[in-house]
Every structure is written in structure tokens, then in C-alpha cells.
Design a protein around this ligand. Structure first.
Ligand SMILES: [Zn+2]
Length: 318
């Protein structure tokens, strides 16, 4: 208020509406909220809830679980709806989100079933962050089956829990497991799933009899041919080869003129070293041979991408 009163008023000018934080000067509640709200960095746990292989219904459900927004008995009690709560599994403890999804006997059996299949050592799981972190794949940056599995387990626990309450079905680990596996079977029939989603875990898929599409091999054929250098120029082609890496290594090269005629050639045994060293040494020997033979106008051609990058990078090599 004091700040507002401090604003000097000039009666000669007419008042104009002006909202400084927006570019066009007009006020919007959205912008006002953005300015006043408490900005917190987004939590990583929420970023991983939306993989393309998971139905949005499931992602939204998990998002609600993490926000404590699903109607388990303990939550209904908080909302003022009092009922005699009993967990669908043990019929003894109160139904809370951690008890239903993580700590009851049946859910624990489901988690340990999948953990053993994927050879994960997860025994104590206090919260969902720990689970999602433990299951997070370290294999690739692409969406991976390990990232979506915990979401599917939680979803199927919920489906099974509802079947108990509304249909009188039993709360059994094998029902949750088969529901989860069924999702993978359905995914296998769509064109959404790729072999890369199972990268590193294909034996698990075959053990669980889940279909995994074959890795697509590119059938594109590109023609590679040797092109003569311009008139007056020479071309040096080099190659290195190794048996193992590191391994027994050899390097060689050929220098041809603009007519395609061989002028010089060399080969060398380099002993035990890496294949990149072989490629680099082949280029070095070739250039040195050209200089020694007074050939100065040369094109160098190699198939070694790593060697090329090393040579053209500004940093010094070893
Ligand atoms: Zn229970």
C-alpha cells in the first residue's frame, strides 16, 4: 500500500491501465499467478511418468498415486468419509497407498517376482521414488521396458484391488503378474514396441514368453567407388587392421596419381596395439612417404572415422 501511495501523481495526465510484467501491458490472472506462485524445480520422478509405451490413463493414475490423490481408505478418511478400513490383502491393516502398492504380502510378491526376473536386488522399498530409481534403466537414453514396468505393476495392483472390492475377486499375486505380462503381450502386437526397448533384457522377454520384434536391419545399399584425384594431385588411401582390439595390428596404404596409376604402396606390421593407433599410423606413414618422395599435392582418404575426428579436433593427441 505504501509503495502504491509513493507513486507520484500528475493530474495533467490521464490514468492508463498498465501491467508491467506482460509485453503488451495488459493484465492476466495467469501471469499474476506465475509471478506470485512458489517456483520449485520439477522433480525428476514426475518426468519419467509419461513414456510413449504407457497409456495416458496409466500415467495419470501413477501421477495421482504420487500426489496421494487416489481413493484408498486412508485418503477417504482424510476427506471426512469414515469407514471400516481393511486392506484387501491382509484384511487387518488400514488401506494406505504405501501398504496397498508396496508393503502388503501380495504386492511384495509381485515386486520380487519381476525383480528376480530382471536380476534386480530390491528388498526394501520405502517409497515410490526408490522403486522408480531402482528400476530406471542404465542401458540407454531411449524409452526402455525397465522404466515402464513399475508403472504397469502399480496400475495392475489397483485393477486387482478394485476387482476385489467391486467384484469379489481374490487378491492374488498371479492375477497382478498376468495383468502386467498381458500388457506386454498387447504391446508386442502394436507397432509401438521396438527391439531397442528390450535392449539388454531380451533373454528375460523370451523367458516370460513376451514377443519382441526383430531388430530392423537397414537394407539401404550405398555404392562406394574410388574417385581419381584432380590433375596434378595424388591420392593416398590408408587402412589399418587389427585382430582384436587391442590386438596384432597392421597398417598399409597406396598412393595413386590422377590417372589412377599406383605410384607407391606400403605395409607395416605394428605389433600389439589398438585399431585406432593402426589407422593413425597408416595415415602418418603414408604422408611421410609422400613427403620423402617429394609428393606434396596429396589427398588423403581413410575409412577411419575416429582417426579423422582425432586429426581434425583442436585438442592435442597423446
Ligand atoms: Zn494388508
Amino acid at each position: 500500500m505504501e509503495l502504491i501511495l509513493e507513486i507520484p501523481i500528475n493530474p495533467q495526465y490521464q490514468d492508463v491501465m498498465h501491467w508491467k510484467p506482460s509485453l503488451h501491458g495488459s493484465f492476466s490472472t495467469k501471469l499474476a499467478w506465475e509471478i506470485t506462485r512458489d517456483h520449485k524445480p520439477p522433480l525428476a520422478i514426475f518426468k519419467n511418468l509419461w513414456p510413449p509405451l504407457v497409456r495416458p490413463t496409466i500415467s495419470i493414475f501413477i501421477w495421482k498415486v504420487l500426489h496421494n490423490w487416489i481413493p484408498v481408505d486412508s485418503r477417504l478418511k482424510q476427506k471426512g468419509i469414515f469407514l471400516a478400513s481393511k486392506c484387501v490383502c491382509c484384511l487387518r491393516d488400514e488401506e494406505t497407498i504405501p501398504h496397498l502398492f508396496l508393503h502388503n504380502k501380495v504386492s511384495l510378491e509381485v515386486w520380487s517376482f519381476f525383480a528376480s526376473k530382471f536380476q534386480l536386488n530390491i528388498l526394501v522399498m520405502d517409497n515410490f521414488s526408490m522403486i522408480l530409481q531402482a528400476w530406471k534403466n542404465n542401458i540407454s537414453n531411449q524409452p526402455h521396458i525397465r522404466d515402464i514396468l513399475p508403472l504397469l505393476i502399480m496400475w495392475n495392483v489397483w485393477i486387482c484391488r478394485n476387482a476385489v472390492i467391486f467384484e469379489g475377486a481374490p487378491f492374488k499375486a498371479n492375477r497382478i503378474i498376468s495383468g502386467t505380462l498381458n500388457y506386454f503381450h498387447l504391446l508386442g502386437k502394436t507397432n509401438l514396441i521396438r527391439a531397442s526397448h528390450w535392449k539388454g533384457d531380451k533373454p528375460v522377454a523370451s523367458h516370460l514368453k513376451i514377443p519382441v520384434p526383430q531388430q530392423k536391419i537397414s537394407s539401404r545399399i550405398s555404392i562406394v567407388k574410388w574417385i581419381k584425384p584432380d590433375r596434378g594431385w595424388f591420392k593416398l588411401n590408408t587402412d589399418g587392421a587389427s585382430k582384436g582390439n587391442p590386438g596384432i595390428v597392421g597398417a598399409g596404404g597406396i598412393i595413386r596419381n590422377h590417372l589412377g596409376q599406383t605410384v607407391l604402396a606400403f605395409q607395416e606390421h605394428l605389433g600389439l596395439t589398438s585399431n585406432t593407433t593402426a589407422e593413425l599410423k597408416a595415415i602418418y606413414r603414408g604422408i611421410k612417404l609422400c613427403i620423402d618422395s617429394n609428393i606434396r599435392k596429396i589427398w588423403v582418404e581413410t575409412d577411419a572415422n575416429v582417426a579423422l575426428k582425432l586429426i581434425s579436433s583442436p585438442s592435442q593427441g597423446p
